[in-house]
Design a protein around this ligand. Sequence first.
Ligand SMILES: Cc1cc2nc3c(=O)[nH]c(=O)nc-3n(C[C@H](O)[C@H](O)[C@H](O)COP(=O)(O)OP(=O)(O)OC[C@H]3O[C@@H](n4cnc5c(N)ncnc54)[C@H](O)[C@@H]3O)c2cc1C
Length: 270
Amino acid sequence: MAGDAISNGAHVFLNEPALTLDSKPGGYLITTPHYNVTAKKLVIAVPKVGFNKIGGNIAEAIKDQKQFKDLVGIPVATIAQRWPNEWWHNIGYAGKDIHRIWTTEHCFNFTEIPVAQYAAQQLVTRTVYTDKEECVEFWQRTAQLGIKAVEAEIDRGLHDVLPQATIPQPLNTVVKIWPAAWYWLRGGSQFTNADIAAWAIEPLPGKQVSLVGESYNPQRSGWSDGAYKSSINTLNAKYGMHIVIPATANIKPVANANPASVTSAHPTGR
Ligand SMILES: Cc1cc2nc3c(=O)[nH]c(=O)nc-3n(C[C@H](O)[C@H](O)[C@H](O)COP(=O)(O)OP(=O)(O)OC[C@H]3O[C@@H](n4cnc5c(N)ncnc54)[C@H](O)[C@@H]3O)c2cc1C
């Protein structure tokens, strides 16, 4: 995507965070550590947590809006581990090919073992994946005690769930705390998800400024789907495009279906 953008004349500056966004006669001024950039229109793709660090009258005017204040970032902890062997092939359930371990009994919560060959060959698992607030705090505090404490705690959790597995000492363990992995709309908000999506197209009425990204389109929260759709909304409304968002066909009701057997079609994996 970056390559396509550059070949169409875009410039990409990976190490130049926007520091301020201000209005100026005829447009806008963006400052970064090394540049002053002027623009006639602004499309801001910085999620709320990062946006809070940006100053200037345009940024402040957006931060003052109730819609912006009602967006809530959800913290997530992920811990990746590299192993000396594929210990998960023999964890006490002969004939079962297990690649997902899910529990609420221990704060590792969810373990993903790669299925795709290129990832599986690296012998890396995402051993911890949690968006439970108390568990994210737990891993944050455990990481402060050092990586050995993290490894010991994971080992304890995995052995509780897989008592027959032979789990070796990991070769590497990497803890990542995401302060806002994805965004929800605050409980009790006066706005709907659709209101937020419409607001983000022009948060400052009459100004050529749009907000795009998952944090400004909480419908289908947490998925890149929200980010794509938010961009499409702005491109269609402000940049003369006519991109149709594909939709799944309505599910036909099954005649005489037993209501008790109808389950939600919501995917839960990520
Ligand atoms: C652990 C985890 C697993 C996930 N798994 C999935 C999945 O399986 N499937 C899925 O669909 N989605 C998944 N998601 C969600 C997906 O990653 C997000 O929905 C998507 O990245 C949102 O895109 P975005 O463009 O809105 O924001 P981001 O991808 O967060 O991009 C925002 C960018 O803004 C930059 N930025 C911040 N501040 C500034 C500044 N001042 N100036 C300039 N730039 C700035 C950041 O560096 C970042 O590059 C996952 C998220 C997490 C955290």
